[in-house]
Design a protein around this ligand. Structure first.
Ligand code: HDD
Length: 687
């Protein structure tokens, strides 16, 4: 129904107008006008319901079948429409139509998701985020089904069911929901050393992004681009957010899941609907066979990155999200991504994970969407012309017209239907493949620790501490000590500080390190691109300030703060003891967006505390207000406060001497404060 106006709820003809107004008449699915939708048809006023009530039967029948199976992974997701704009022609690299013309815009649909949780789980689970992009190019749909982490847990698709079974709720008890902090996950991981690199990423703050808008995306696998002369280049695909990277901390994630489990959805919805369109630049790392042969790792191994310092990321275009779907189910739920959806000029590599995915994504849609015609659903259909002889099946909407539904055929001209085009049609790169049939893992995939170490040493101290804390948290939820011990063994190969920190946090001794499949390289250079904090924004644009205020607050102060934030492209939310708002000193009412206990400070990027003398005393006696302030401080937020608010700050346990992350309200303070907030956190508070 995506392409039809919502109020018609059918593609058929005109809408009936009801007698008095502009609202269309309610009808059955058959278009029969409905006189009474409040009462089923019954015999007498208290008698049995009659089987002949076709309207009742149709309505309940349809309701009974509203649900479809949720995705087996990535069940919880949120999507938006937008476009991809090509910066420059890449015709020397690829014949892909999307890259031929500078400035061309290609429609796009992007779905973000968590992996392990059910459809109704919280947005702030510690988890990988899916970053799936459908590009409706003029030569077919190209799906880049990636994640916000550039590596994966496993090297071979045959292990995917085991990985996912271990990560999801345990089968006998059906918990825990949407978390990896349990025995089965760490049992599997500790027996699968190839996962150790990805575990560094999932235990980092990458797995608890502040917003979908503030995270990177990656195609993960090596793909090929093929130019018109048939020359192949290898690529890795990156999506770099123009908004900069940002994550929350783990205590915040836990609190946000309670205060607003839809935090990421709401954020995207609000940003796009208010005209603040998020953008990512597409970057390509382009390399050839010679580089692949000389690289320390196998470019077909999806548990490894190619550091940007070795192969720079070339920016080739931008992806802008500017429109929310009209209907969640029709678009976000029914969209079917497939790694197999590629276009002429693009090709797969032999990465064994990618090869397996190419089977799984097509197959899974049959179960989820109920038949082979899911590409007839508007969100999945190409936007370029398409013609083929595939026909029939459940819900067929586009059957071939005319007599010919096969080829070759000898029906003349258009009557004969479409024909293949050897010139411009999709051609696989004619790579030479030889070797015996065998079930083996290449020796070149055997180094499991070197890049995990590289990731760890690339982080700032604060980020390293968060990785240690996350591992301690997760492993503390593991009941069997032998699993924890086995995991500690792997960490010894990653880094001494990490292994010692986690062992100390668990109160356990370090075991002997396991024998690695291949001796790790211990001197890979740090890469700044791997740190979130080194790639943050440089302004408060797109961020949110929470202003806690009380009755009697200076209206001028509140206005000045709001002004400064709006000028920087940020937004403000007013938090007050009552949702009706606060009476300012000039008699005006300042409306509240949140009541103080319903809008904890974890929901904001920075905070301002503006009260009157009496207001501060009143808030100092309210537990939620004290926690609001204490949490903002503990989570290293920048804090702007006025003189009057000091009793509240004191009651919340803040130090008498404000640190450099705290600023006192003056006439010029708002501008300076918002500038400082561009750094997002005052980490020195915990350093
Ligand atoms: Fe997958 C969904 C990303 C490995 C099998 N995957 C899915 C989605 C994303 C990814 C973003 C959600 C798409 C959407 O929004 O609808 N998956 C990845 C990445 C992987 C990966 C980046 C490794 C590099 N996946 C992977 C393997 C297999 C699958 C190895 C199976 C062998 N993935 C699926 C699936 C899903 C899916 C079962 C569930 C729903 C769907 O496909 O449409 O086929």
């Amino acid at each position: 129904m995506t392409d039809t106006p919502r109020d018609t709820v059918s593609s058929g003809g005109e809408t009936h107008q009801s007698a008095g107004g502009e609202r269309p008449q309610l009808t059955t699915q058959q278009g029969v006008p409905v006189a009474d939708d409040q009462n089923s048809l019954r015999q007498g006023s208290r008698g049995p319901t009659l089987m002949e009530d076709f309207h009742f039967r149709e309505k309940i029948f349809h309701f009974d079948h509203e649900r479809i199976p949720e995705r087996v992974v990535h069940a919880r997701g949120y999507a938006a429409h937008g476009y991809f704009e090509t910066y420059d022609s890449l015709s020397d690299l690829t014949s892909a139509d999307i890259f031929q013309r500078k400035g061309e815009k290609t429609p796009a649909f992007v779905r973000f998701s968590t992996v392990a949780g059910n459809k109704g789980s919280g947005d702030l689970a510690r988890d990988v985020r899916g970053f799936a992009v459908k590009l409706y190019t003029q030569e077919g749909n190209w799906d880049i089904v990636g994640n916000n982490i550039p590596v994966f847990f496993i090297q071979d698709a045959i292990k995917f069911p085991d990985l996912i079974h271990s990560a999801k709720a345990e089968p006998d008890r059906d918990f825990p929901q949407a978390q990896t902090a349990h025995d089965n996950f760490w049992d599997f991981i500790s027996l699968t050393p190839e996962a150790v690199n990805m575990v560094m990423w999932t235990m980092s703050d990458r797995a608890i992004p502040r917003s979908f808008r503030f995270m990177e995306g990656f195609g993960v696998h090596t793909f090929r681009l093929i130019n018109a002369k048939g020359k192949s280049s290898f690529i890795k695909i990156h999506w770099k957010p123009k908004q900069g990277l940002q994550s929350v901390t783990w205590p915040e994630a836990v609190a946000i899941n309670g205060a607003d489990p839809d935090f990421h959805r709401r954020d995207l919805w609000n940003a796009i609907n208010s005209g603040d369109f998020p953008e990512w630049e597409m970057g390509l790392q382009v390399f050839d066979e010679d580089f692949a042969d000389s690289f320390d790792f196998d470019v077909l191994d999806p548990t490894k990155i190619i550091p940007e310092e070795l192969v720079p990321v070339q920016i080739v275009g931008r992806l802008v999200l500017d429109r929310m779907p009209d209907n969640f189910f029709a678009e976000t739920e029914q969209v079917a991504f497939q790694t197999g959806n590629i276009v002429p000029g693009v090709d797969f590599s032999n990465d064994p994970l990618l090869q397996g995915r190419n089977f799984s994504y097509l197959d899974t849609q049959l179960k989820r969407l109920g038949g082979p015609n899911f590409n007839h659903i508007p969100i999945n259909a190409p936007k370029c012309p398409f013609h083929h002889f595939q026909q029939d099946g459940h819900m067929a909407m586009h059957n071939p017209k005319g007599r010919a539904n096969y080829e070759p055929n000898s029906w003349p001209g258009a009557e004969g239907g479409p024909r293949e085009d050897p010139e411009t049609g999709f051609k696989s790169y004619p790579a030479e493949e030889t070797g015996p049939k065998q079930r083996v893992r290449s020796e070149t995939f055997a180094d499991h620790y070197s890049q995990a170490r590289q990731f760890f040493v690339s982080q700032t101290k604060v980020e390293q501490d968060h990785i240690v804390d996350a591992l301690v948290f997760e492993l503390s939820k593991v009941e069997r000590p032998d699993i924890r011990t086995r995991m500690l063994g792997h960490l010894i190969h990653v880094h001494d500080d990490l292994a010692n920190g986690v062992a100390d946090g668990l109160g356990m001794d370090l075991p002997d390190a396991p024998t690695p499949a291949r001796e790790p390289i211990t001197d890979l250079p740090a890469s700044d691109a791997l740190s979130i904090l080194k790639n943050g924004p440089d302004s408060f644009k797109g961020r949110k300030l929470g202003i806690l205020l009380s009755d009697g607050v200076s209206a001028a102060e509140v206005e000045a703060v709001k002004d400064a934030v709006t000028k920087a492209g940020g937004i403000c939310a007013v938090v007050a003891p009552k949702i009706g708002g606060a009476k300012a000193d000039d008699g005006s009412n300042i409306p509240a967006d949140e009541k103080v206990d319903g809008g904890p400070s974890v929901l904001f990027d920075a905070v301002a505390i503006l009260t009157s003398d009496d207001g501060a005393k009143m808030l100092a006696g309210m537990h939620p207000a004290k926690s609001w302030v204490a949490d903002a401080f503990a989570h290293c937020k920048f804090i702007l406060f006025n003189d009057a608010s000091q009793p509240l700050l004191k009651a919340a346990g803040l130090p008498d001497d404000p640190d450099d992350g705290m600023m006192k309200m003056t006439k010029t303070a708002p501008g300076k404060f918002v500038k400082a907030c561009g750094a997002l956190r005052y980490w020195d508070r915990v350093a």
